[in-house]
Design a protein around this ligand. Structure first.
Ligand code: FAD
Length: 351
């Protein structure tokens, strides 16, 4: 077992940003990540999600992404960028290392247990994202469906659905993007729980700040963070407008049950389907923190900035208001600044 100042779990945008500021802080740290290589969740995203179709991947601190080819899959471009970043700053990410449990350790430290050993840390930066916890809501009959069911996390390409009828569930940006893509080779039905809200005009900085403030308020109160789209609405791009006009983005209310052959509503209506694509989002991957008992009665973890209110040794970066590439950057800096003050009040190295 090693004793160390800080363990960072996860080497996506949030974990790498934290590692960059930790390197400058003088604190000792280790970064553990269970992926096979660099890129965080981006390395798993479907090949047609090119950089040109992503909203925007912000630069990591200290090294710009530059002007990459926007027609290449973001999975490749971001993995290459993160890999170069790790090399540039000598960030020794240990991988593949899965952390399965964080519990109270000795001497006021946290015990981080992984499949590659145990660390006792004075501080913890948790940057595990959401990709590893796809959310599949349960609807009666789901297990009886004879066709294919998959979650966004398992989507690879539209060609797999050629000539089929696909029901796409979910009101987020991924649902919209995948519907437009799949509709090029298949027929589709879109179902969402709530009427989607399309946002006219660009999503400017003040609208961005307002949405982040809403999510910030939720996590401060210990509620589960809301999805970004639930507070920002869906961007009405020319492609989306064309999809609405073509009827692809005409949504139906959520069905009541899944049948062996499709989906059905309580009023007797049924739609036959070959596949159901659950674009129903993700939840924070925090199961390994359960032994610390951080959950608030509201179902989330009470977080102020990045600091867990009930345990200031623990910071959640890339969580709630910082679950975006720009938010993750800022969160890394904020977490390190606070941990440095908590763990090494006498040191004065700049962060
Ligand atoms: P991740 O990139 O998910 O990294 C988490 C890392 O933790 C992973 O490498 C994982 O292997 C590791 N890990 C998890 N659990 C463990 C464990 N127990 N032990 C060890 N390692 C573990 N944001 C934007 O700003 N622009 C966009 O265009 C955009 N598009 C998106 C598209 C999709 C489909 C999705 C789902 C999200 C998108 N986002 C976008 C959000 C954005 O990708 C993330 O919020 C951002 O990249 C922050 O990443 P992260 O570091 O928090 O998490």
């Amino acid at each position: 077992m090693d004793v160390i100042d800080v363990v960072v779990i996860g080497a996506g945008q949030a974990g790498l940003s934290s590692a960059y500021f930790l390197r400058r802080s003088g604190l000792g740290f280790v970064v553990l990540d269970h992926n096979e290589g660099p890129g965080g969740a981006w390395r798993h995203r479907w090949p047609s999600l090119t950089l040109g179709r992503a909203h925007r991947v912000h630069d990591l601190p200290g090294m710009p992404l530059g002007e990459p080819d926007t027609t290449r899959p973001s999975a490749e471009v971001v993995a290459e960028y993160f890999g170069a970043y790790e090399r540039e700053f000598g960030l020794d990410v240990r991988r593949p290392v899965h952390v399965h449990r964080v519990a109270e350790g000795g001497g006021g430290r946290l015990r981080v247990e992984s499949d590659a050993g145990t660390w006792e840390a004075r501080g913890l930066i948790n940057a595990t994202g959401t990709w590893d916890r796809p959310f599949w809501p349960y609807y009666p009959g789901r297990e009886t469906f004879r066709g294919r069911q998959l979650h966004t996390a398992g989507y690879r390409s539209k060609e797999e659905f050629a000539g089929e009828h696909v029901v796409v569930v979910g009101g987020g940006a991924s649902a919209v993007q995948l519907l437009l893509e799949i509709a090029e080779v298949a027929t589709t039905t879109w179902v969402t729980r709530r009427e989607p809200v399309f946002r006219e005009g660009p999503f400017d900085e003040s609208a961005g700040r307002a949405s982040v403030a809403l999510v910030e308020d939720r996590v401060r109160r210990g509620l589960p963070p809301a999805s970004v789209v639930s507070v920002t609405g869906l961007a009405l791009t020319p492609e989306v407008r064309a999809g609405i006009e073509a009827g692809i983005l005409r949504r139906l209310p959520m069905f009541d049950r899944v049948t062996p052959y499709g989906v059905a509503w309580a009023d007797g209506r049924e739609i036959a389907a070959d596949a159901i694509l659950w674009a129903t989002g993700f939840r924070p991957a925090l199961d390994h923190l359960a032994p610390l008992g951080l959950r608030a009665p509201g179902g989330g973890i009470r977080v102020e900035g990045t600091r867990v209110v009930d345990d200031p040794r623990v910071h959640l970066v890339g969580y709630g208001p910082s679950a975006s590439t720009i938010g993750a950057n800022r969160a890394g800096r904020a977490a390190v600044r606070e941990l440095r003050a908590l763990l090494a009040p006498v040191r004065s190295a700049p962060a």
